[in-house]
Design a protein around this ligand. Sequence first.
Ligand SMILES: *[C@@H]1O[C@H](CO)[C@@H](O)[C@H](O)[C@H]1NC(C)=O
Length: 302
Amino acid sequence: MHLPTLAVTLALLLPQALCTPLLDFSAANGDPPSTLGILNLEEARDEKISANTNDLYIKLATDPHGVPALHYHRKQSYIRAEYHALANKLEENKTYYIGYKFSLGVIEQSLMIFQFKAYAGNNAATNAANIPLSLEFKSGQLHLQYQADGSSGREPQWSRAVDTDTVYAVGVVIHTGRPGWVEFYFDGEPQTLGDAAAAATRLAANTWTGRTEPKFGAYRGEAVAVDTYVYRVQIGTEVADIAEAAGLGATASASASASAAATGAIAAGSCSWVGHCAGASCATEDDCSDELVCTGGKCASS
Ligand SMILES: *[C@@H]1O[C@H](CO)[C@@H](O)[C@H](O)[C@H]1NC(C)=O
C-alpha cells in the first residue's frame, strides 16, 4: 500500500475509532443549556411555557457554593422544569450510557429528577410503559424505578437516602429492547438492582416500544418550590463516554486509553467489564468481570 493511501485511511478511520459522545454538557465549560436538548417548562400539567420566567427557569448559573451549574428553579405548585435530550436520536437494540451529576436544594415526595420517557408506542395497542425508567423520591429515598408495561406501576429496583446540597453522580446504562436491560452506577460504583433474592447489577427490562428518550431536571413534587443543580450530563455508546458525569474516574479512563490505542489490549489495572474490576462492590460472582470472584462484597482475584 502507498504511504499516502495509508495516511488517508487512518485519518478517515480514527474519529470513528475514538467514538464521539452523543451529548456532552458541562456547566464548568459554559456550555449553553440548549446543549441538553429541548426546554420543557410547565406551570401546570400540559400548560407549557416556551421561555424562562422568574418563577420557572433553567439557567446556566452557579450552585449555592458558587460552582458553575445549570440552575433549575420552579415556584411551589409549578410542575415541570426539564431538558428533553436526544429527541429522535436513539434506536432499538443499542446500548446507551447516560452520566448525570447533580445536587438538590430540596428533597420532596414524588419529585422525579430523571426519566427515560416513552414518546411513541405509549398506547393501549403496544401496552408500553409511559416512563420505563425513572429516578424519583419516595418516602425521602431516591429510587431507581422500572415500569414494565402500560398496566404496571413504577416499581423500585434500587433506593438510597441522599442529602440536599451534596453532589451525586449517577450512570444509567440502557440496552434498548423488549426485553432489553439496565445497569446503574451511583457515585461511580455499580449498584445491584431488583429485589434481594434476585439482585444483580443487570436488570432485564422492557426499555423500548418506540421512541424513548432521557429527560433531566424536576418533574412533580410540586408541593414545594424546587431548586436543583446539574453540573454535567454525558451520553454515549461506551462507558468511557460518561466517565466524568458518572464519576467513574480512573477505571473508565484506563478503558478509554486502551480503546484509543486500538490494540484491543486491556490497560493494566483495568479489566474487560469496566466498573466491575477488582475492588468494585459486588453481591455475587456475576457482578465481577471475567475470572474475578466476589469476596467480602468486593470483586477480587480468586
Ligand atoms: C431488535 O431485536 C429484535 C429481536 O431480535 C428484532 O425483532 C427487532 O427487529 C430488532 N430491531 C431492530 C430495529 O433491529
